[in-house]
Design a protein around this ligand. Structure first.
Ligand SMILES: Cc1cc2nc3c(=O)[nH]c(=O)nc-3n(C[C@H](O)[C@H](O)[C@H](O)COP(=O)(O)OP(=O)(O)OC[C@H]3O[C@@H](n4cnc5c(N)ncnc54)[C@H](O)[C@@H]3O)c2cc1C
Length: 210
């Protein structure tokens, strides 16, 4: 009998979790992750700390507590899951039960049949609809690519001033990281207080400390 194939689109946090669960539920299925980026299971929460220089080893964002990098080989050996990186899903044919994907490095296209498809493609930061958002030197902090860019900024030490647009959790963590990197920062927030998740008294206290 042909093996059931479960295909999961994305390999950051939710996708690998879904893949591991699928493997536990169905030991005989073929489980495949298609991940657009080059990395898998990135510890996004650690990006600000890497950017700020709390630690220097980029691999710490990608490894297990025992120091094993969560790369395709790890997924194959430890979990019997095939993880394809640099593989962006470009189309889904629900009737035909196939996904099309494109290798983001070589441009090669591929197609894969599935029995079950799980889409867990996360989110993208909402860029303000203002002119100039695409200019060089403007970045979000959402991906390894962003973290690498900001870490380079830190290491080169050429940038002395930065503006952080958005005073939510990630904005404030980014301020802290850049401040550690010796950059002078202004944070701009649309709402009447920073850290809107807090009561105003606490937010006031945080603002005063900042
Ligand atoms: C700087 C920062 C700090 C954070 N700190 C914390 C924290 O302290 N505590 C906390 O709980 N959470 C924190 N978070 C949030 C947490 O990281 C996210 O909730 C989590 O990453 C969401 O995981 P996800 O798998 O749903 O999506 P994402 O991490 O957004 O991953 C989506 C993935 O899908 C891939 N993808 C998209 N489209 C395709 C496609 N067509 N084909 C293939 N792949 C595709 C992308 O390349 C990406 O890798 C933080 C996030 C950031 C950015």
């Amino acid at each position: 009998m042909q093996k059931r194939r479960i295909v999961i689109v994305e390999g950051s946090a939710a996708g690998p979790k879904a893949a591991a669960k699928a493997r536990r539920i169905d030991n005989s299925a073929e489980v495949v992750i298609l991940q657009k980026e080059a990395d898998l299971s990135m510890a996004s929460c650690g990006y600000p700390y890497y950017v700020g220089g709390y630690f220097d080893d980029r691999n710490m964002l990608l490894c297990t507590p025992t120091g094993v990098t969560r790369n395709p080989l790890f997924y194959l050996n430890a979990k019997d899951i095939e993880a394809k990186v640099n593989s962006e899903v470009t189309a889904i044919d629900r009737k035909g039960h196939t996904v099309s994907f494109r290798n983001t490095v070589t441009g090669d296209a591929g197609e894969m049949a599935y029995d079950k498809l799980i889409i867990a493609t996360g989110s993208v930061p909402r860029m303000p609809p203002v002119p100039g958002v695409g200019l060089d030197g403007i970045t979000t902090l959402q991906s390894m690519k962003d973290a690498d860019f900001l870490r380079k900024v830190r290491d080169e030490g050429k940038i002395k001033k930065a503006v952080v647009v958005g005073g939510g959790l990630i904005g404030i963590e980014t301020c802290e990281a850049l401040q550690l990197a010796g950059v002078e920062i202004t944070v701009i927030e649309l709402l009447p207080q920073l850290l809107m998740i807090l009561d105003w008294e606490l937010a006031k206290l945080a603002s005063r400390i900042m």
